[in-house]
Design a binder for this molecule. Structure first.
Ligand code: OGA
Ligand code: MN
Length: 300
């Protein structure tokens, strides 16, 4: 049976004495229970093949099909191009990688947000390039009563066009996800976990506007919440070794990539488990995303 060792944080555990590619029913039950309890799991020294990582993900649910190739269930998160060169700063993928360095939760800008993300390390830079996670359950628990009262019942729009534009990476027409003009999803700031019933803050860089609040006030509130949330003991920064797997529950954990020297190669593999529609699907809010976030013919 797996050995489950909690991290020195409000969440997370390291799971050893198991191969995720080869679990019996009892082992899988222990892993799934630990996922719900700890919300993030590190599995050192797994070296999964692509098929094994996908099969592990499929135990948790349907796999989300991701850009840049929506026929693939596993996506390389890497600065290395197929021709052996590295992405340069004007390229779309480079901007996606830099965007990942801001605290976020995966696919919150899609109508169906993600359930879990499973990242494995294939090649890591000599320093930097860690992945940091932060526990939004503990953040919610520790909010002062006034803030809690203030955000009760509020929702925010989530948009990747907006979060990338704020980084100076405005999408060009045709880039990004096709649903864009159908509107940004509107998601409650306080999320109740569909399995555990625990409440958490649902924020991050894709959240940007709160109905009924001036935009700058909403941004200041979201910034303050994020600043409060991503602090010890709620943060764990994973120093990757090739072969590690780390997974997290996107419904209650924020994550970000840590910077590294872009002349070094970093190759990760990402399998993303789709949210269950009962809890992660929301109506897209409206069809008039602010003009300053609309794609344009050229990048600014
Ligand atoms: C992602 C992501 C973080 C990392 O793949 O969605 O945010 O450390 N990755 O590469
Ligand atoms: Mn991500």
């Amino acid at each position: 049976m797996p050995t489950i060792t909690p991290l020195d944080a409000s969440f997370g555990a390291v799971v050893t004495n198991i191969k995720v590619a080869d679990m019996d029913a009892a082992e899988w039950r222990a892993v799934e229970d630990a996922f719900h309890e700890y919300a993030a799991l590190v599995f050192p020294d797994q070296h999964p093949s692509e098929e094994e990582q996908i099969a592990f993900g499929e135990r948790f649910g349907d796999i989300e099909l991701l850009r840049p190739d929506p026929t693939k269930k596993a996506v390389p998160i890497t600065n290395l191009k197929e021709d052996g060169s590295l992405y340069t700063k004007d390229e779309f993928r480079f901007k996606t990688l830099r965007g990942n360095e801001g605290w976020h939760t995966d696919s919150s800008y899609m109508p169906l947000a993600a359930k879990a993300s499973i990242l494995s390390a294939i090649q890591v830079p000599s320093k930097g390039g860690e992945t940091a996670l932060s526990d939004m359950r503990d953040a919610y628990d520790k909010l002062d009563a006034e803030t809690r009262g203030k955000i009760e019942g509020l929702s925010a729009y989530h948009s990747l066009y907006q979060s990338q534009a704020k980084n100076g990476f405005k999408f060009k027409t045709g880039e990004g996800y096709g649903y864009h003009n159908k509107g940004a999803p509107l998601r409650p700031l306080i999320k109740t976990h569909p399995v555990t019933g625990r409440k958490s803050l649902f924020i991050g860089r894709h959240a940007y506007e709160i109905p009924g609040m001036p935009r700058d006030e909403a941004q200041a509130l979201l910034d303050d919440l994020l600043d409060f949330a991503v602090r010890p003991p709620r943060v764990y920064t994973h120093q990757w070794q090739p072969g590690d797997i780390m997974m997290w529950d996107n419904r209650c954990i924020l994550h970000r990539a840590c910077p590294y020297d872009h002349s070094e190669i970093r190759i990760m593999r990402h399998v993303r488990v789709a949210g269950e529609p009962e809890s992660e699907l929301v109506e897209t809010g409206r069809d008039d995303l602010a003009d300053d976030f609309q794609p344009s013919a050229s990048n600014r």
